[in-house]
Each structure stands twice: as C-alpha cells, then as structure tokens.
Write a protein that binds this ligand. Sequence first.
Ligand code: AMP
Length: 403
Amino acid sequence: MKVLVINCGSSSIKYQLFDMPQKELLAKGLVEKVGEGKSILTHQHKGREFRSEVPVSNHEEGMKLIMKTLTDKETGAISDISRIDAVGHRVVHGGENFSGSVKITKDVLETIEEYADLAPLHNPPNLAGIMAISSILPDVVQAAAFDTAFHQTIPQKAYMYAIPRDLYEKFGIRRYGFHGTSHRFVARRAVTLMGKAKKETNVITCHLGNGCSITAVKNGKSVDTSMGLTPLEGLVMGTRSGDIDPAIIFYLAERQGMSTRDINTILNKKSGLLGVSGVSNDMRNVLEEASKGNDKAELAIEIFCYRIKKYIGAYTAVLGHVDAVAFTGGIGENSALIREKVLDGLECLGIRLDTNRNCDDSKAERLISSRDSKVDVFVIPTDEEGRIAYDTHKIASGKGEAG
Ligand code: AMP
C-alpha cells in the first residue's frame, strides 16, 4: 500500500511517500514559500536530490506540484497518482476529541476547523492540505494524526490551569500538549530498546528542535507535558519564550502601551534562543557564537538547558521512578554539548552520562548513559512521518482508530 504523509505549514508542505507495511521510503520532499511568489521545491528519490523554483500560490497548487513530481519520469516514484492508496496528515490541534489517529470524515473536518481558534497558525494550513487532497484524489482514504492526541491521557490535575473553571467550560482553556506523535514514538522506542514491558516502564522524552517540549510518560501513557493551551508554554525554544510570568503581558500592555498582537509576536517569534542571544533562533549558530566567547549566546544556552533540567526534576517527582530519559529533535539528536549541560549534576536522580557514547556523532539511536547509571539515557531520532504512515496504513486497512 502506498501511503503519502503530508505536513502542511502556513507556507510550506512537507511530504513523504511510503510503501507500507514495510515502511520503505520511496520519495520525500518539501515545497517552501507557498504563496510567496518564488516557491522552492526540494525532492529526494533514490538518493538523488532535485531542486526547482516554481511559483506556487496556494496549498492546492503545491499539492499538484508534488503529484507531478512524484509521477514524473525522472523524479517520480510512482507511475500515476492513482497508485496512492491513502494519505495521512499531521494535524496540530485535535482538542479533547481525539486520543488517536482517525479517518478524516466531515465531522473530523468540522472539529479541526473548530480548533483553528486555538491553533490559528497550524490548523488552517492543515485543513488546506486535506481539502487539496480531497480535490485531487477524491476517492482516497485520508487520516489525521493529531499532535495533541497522545496527551489526552494527562490527568485533570495536570491539564487544568488554576483559573476560573468556566474559562475551561466555555472556551476549552486547558493544557493540551503538542509534539505527541514524536513523544509517543520515542517513548515506545525507548521501552523496546530497554527490552521492558510498556506497562511497567516510565520515560521522560525530550523533543528539542525548533519547537521544544518534554513529556512524562508513565506505563506508556503521557501524564504531563510542558506545552499548554498552545505550543508557547514550557521549555525555551528557537523563538518562543516558554514559561513566563503572565503578568509580563499586562506590564507590557498597560505600562508600555504595546498591543496584544505585538506582545504575541515578541513571545512567539522574537524570544527564546533568538531573543536572549540576539544572534539566531538556530542552535547551531548560537553554539558557534558561544564558542567564540559571545556571552549572550552563552547565556541563551544556559537558560535553555537549565529549563530542561528543571522539568526533568519535576517529571521525576511526577513519575516516582524513571527508567529512561530520551532525547530527540534536531538539537536533542545532534548536540552532545546540550545533552551534557542538561544532565550535568543529575547524578542525584541516578542519571550518569557516558561521555564517549554521548559524543559519538553517529545518527543512530543509541544508549548514552554509563553502565552505573540507574536511569538509561537514549538518543532516539524521531520518526513522526513513519508513525503517521503506520497509523494511516492501519486506518486504510480497515483496522480502525490507531494510536
Ligand atoms: P528540528 O526542528 O527538529 O529540525 O530542529 C532544528 C534545530 O536543531 C535547530 O535549532 C538546529 O540548529 C538544531 N540542530 C540541528 N543540527 C544540530 C547540531 N549538529 N548541533 C546543534 N543543533 C543542531
């Protein structure tokens, strides 16, 4: 079965075509700058990379370009688009309605639309991608994998904010959590690597990429996570502040006369690594500047790592005992220095790194803790697309909800 996995952002479409169930990656690519005049397509097939510039004015045009590329004589992996059996979409916000991936129906579409209020940057492009596929491949099964789904097991005491209850009842204001597909995948891999049973294993998963979040997984279920109503809460990220005192917002609005729109931009787009370092939102650049002695870049790294360390301590308390800590995402998978700084001093929690294993820069998943560490520490490259393909294949084969 050929399964196409789609991840639509506001101006980008990422895609991967798999042959399932063996999860063979046939082709993958990215359309960037959708709606911005000069769009860029990058496509990989059989170890070769193709790049072209084609104006793409909206998601439907982008999707048509992807179909053309996938079926092209030179770049294509399939002879005709009718060879695509199912399409799986990453959808950011599914609210309280979905605890696993589902087949997309009219009701599911309406729910995704409903949650666009809470995820205005994400759900509308996710919907645009689904609509584009509906028009190009009207008979194909489509599935949605929600970033929020894995976190639906979080108990009320962890997902409710201590604000008047009617704000939850009227507006759905609560912690939802994101990056769920990644946390679920990584937690399950960690359990498999330890050779333990999911039902008796606790893992703390750290997804450290452009967006960062950390999750406490108890017996295979998410019981707490750092992102909240939106992805702004929690860890320090590329451009997001993570946790702050909410009174900062009133101060900026009331005392400094800033508009809520400006404050939103500051906290989501101008804070985090970028805001503190003044250098970049990209960890590689911040690390490079810090190595040259830039003290703002150094401070950004210190704040970034300290926040993660605090959450590991908190989630150790939440879980009671921790079997493993797992790192994933562009930073979590690739930066030995960040992992070392995050775990430095956590011997009190039974966590000890093995320096050689930590610095081994192979891309493979691996154990990086020392033999005498009570807690296993892993690097596990995330595979959100593979997981979405797996769920989509399951749904399209008629085996119901997946997750
Ligand atoms: P992602 O969103 O998962 O693609 O991760 C993007 C982040 O990973 C960016 O901040 C990159 O700078 C960071 N990253 C990628 N490779 C490395 C590396 N070798 N060392 C440190 N950070 C990296």
